[in-house]
Design a binder for this molecule. Structure first.
Ligand SMILES: CC(C)(COP(=O)(O)OP(=O)(O)OC[C@H]1O[C@@H](n2cnc3c(N)ncnc32)[C@H](O)[C@@H]1OP(=O)(O)O)[C@@H](O)C(=O)NCCC(=O)NCCS
Length: 199
């Protein structure tokens, strides 16, 4: 279980996470815009948020104190706020992942998997979970592709009311450690190539 307010995990690639309780007012304005966006709400399977900023902030900050939830803001390499990632329903051995890259300019550029890698480090290294699972929709192939990139596998598809199909995926701890080790090897090889190329 988490403490009241999670601590920031180490950065990954271009991305760093910050506990939602620590966001500044500029970031909170972006959160409100992301949560109000009808396309993002549809992709997420929730109605667009209509709360005024002060109330949204109060609700999310209160949520962040829950021991079964860890919510982070996502910042890019320019320190711009680009979205939100969280673990919810945190239990002894598993939790559920949710992510919104709210800035369209950042879709399809690999920021999602980097943010997911950050929070998976938190899930497996800090919380000691055995498995992280998630739900997405079959009509969101970008999300499925991004989740597969970090090692999630599809478990099942379930038709849900409203005519959409819920795609359930999970990532066991051992698979994450294997993926992370392979990523480190690839990264070292890339670095060596850069050094050789420059020599
Ligand atoms: C889903 C999300 C987290 C993915 O992060 P991302 O940084 O955009 O993803 P990536 O750039 O790493 O990868 C997306 C992949 O999907 C592919 N893709 C994009 N649109 C696609 C489509 N319509 N069909 C098939 N593949 C598609 C991209 O080509 C890319 O693959 P590649 O890197 O091999 O070329 C992010 O886009 C997002 O938050 N979107 C809005 C909200 C949302 O959908 N949240 C998830 C709800 S479960």
């Amino acid at each position: 279980m988490t403490a009241a307010f999670a601590k920031a995990p180490p950065p990954f690639g271009r991305v760093r996470l910050q506990p939602i309780a620590d966001l500044d007012s500029r970031a909170w304005r972006r959160v409100a815009i992301h949560f109000r966006d009808p396309e993002i709400a549809f992709l997420n399977g929730t109605p667009p948020n209509r709360m005024p900023l002060w109330l949204l902030r109060r609700v999310l900050r209160a949520d962040a104190r829950r021991p079964d939830r860890a919510t982070f803001g996502i910042y890019d390499e320019h320190d711009d706020y680009i979205g939100t990632v969280e673990l919810y329903d945190i239990r002894a051995h598993e939790a559920t992942l949710g992510i919104i890259i709210g800035e369209r300019s950042h879709w399809n550029h690999g920021y999602g998997p980097e943010a997911i890698a950050c929070i998976l480090g938190y899930a497996f290294d800090d919380l000691g979970l055995e498995r992280v699972k998630l739900h997405t929709f079959a009509d969101n192939p970008r999300a499925q592709a991004a989740f597969r990139k970090v090692g999630f596998r599809e478990l099942r598809r379930v038709a849900v009311p409203g005519g959409r199909v819920d795609v359930q995926m999970d990532l066991p701890r051992f698979v994450w450690y294997r993926e992370r080790a392979q990523h480190a090897v690839r990264h070292e090889a890339d670095q060596a190539e850069v050094v050789d190329g420059g020599a």
